[in-house]
Design a protein around this ligand. Structure first.
Ligand code: SF4
Length: 116
């Protein structure tokens, strides 16, 4: 019997295979049929892994995609340049608005180069 770890390792090595979460459901593409029951048995754990944003807590003010707001660039509501609304893209954990100092977990965060 294939364990979930073995299944995920095997899937990770398949360039055509993909697993993602959408609306709380597992979505599969190019997964061998024999691995589907293993994924189904561990659906909750796999969903938790997929829905958890990667990386540490960050701040928009340190990100290259952040556009500072007015009148106080270090405190005012800014915009995320990755979205048309200026709000943080999904899935993001933390504040729903782009305050430069607010902590969040964001997969699209890219740290700005700091000048000495
Ligand atoms: S929401 Fe994410 S990508 Fe957008 S500015 Fe903040 S950290 Fe950067």
């Amino acid at each position: 019997m294939t364990t979930i770890l073995e299944a995920l390792r095997e899937i990770a090595a398949m360039p055509e295979a993909a697993i993602w979460a959408e609306g709380g459901k597992l979505q599969l593409r190019g997964i061998p049929r024999r691995l589907v029951p293993v994924l189904a048995k561990h659906k909750a754990e796999v969903l938790a892994l997929l829905e958890e944003p990667k990386g540490a807590w960050v701040r928009c003010g340190d990100c290259v995609h952040f556009q500072p707001g007015e009148p106080l660039p270090a405190q005012s509501l800014g915009r995320c340049k990755l979205t048309s609304t200026g709000l943080p893209p999904a899935p993001v954990k933390g504040y729903r608005a782009c305050f430069p100092m607010a902590p969040r977990q964001c997969n699209d965060y890219e740290i700005k180069e700091r000048t000495p």
